[in-house]
Every structure is written in C-alpha cells, then in structure tokens.
Design a protein. Sequence first.
Length: 90
Amino acid sequence: KSDIEATLVSSNTIVALGHVALALKSTPRTMESILQFFQQRFCQPPSRLDSLIVDQLGCMVIAKGDLHVHEEVMKMFTMITVESSSAFNV
C-alpha cells in the first residue's frame, strides 16, 4: 500500500507543479524553477513518472511562457528522441 501511495503522491506533485507553471507563467523564474525540478527528476532513476514529466513539459512549451524554458525543454525532447531512436539502431 505504501508504494501505491508514494506513486500517487509523486504523480499528483508532478501534475500540480505543471499546473502551477502554467498558471504563473508570467511570474519571473516560476517556470524555470519548475523546469529545474523536472530535469532533476527525469530518468533519475527511470520510472513510470517520466512520461508524466514529459507531458507536463509539453504543456509548458505549448503555454509559450519563458523563451529560455521553451529552448531547454526542446533540447530535452531532442535528446530523448535521439537517445530512444539510437536504441533501435543497435
């Protein structure tokens, strides 16, 4: 039961942070701070939460808030795409 609760808490935290980033996109450094949290958590270690993080990062890009955040997220997406496609070229 504690694993289920921990996963639920983690999932809700990621979604809540994503929503905060969108709601406060015009507040300086909010999106950047949340991006840093997502970057630290993404694939460290790999988990089911990674797809949720990617979803929230995508929402942050679509929101067109901070240009720096947009560029960093797109770099992450490019890296993810290259690394995942190279796994199939082995």
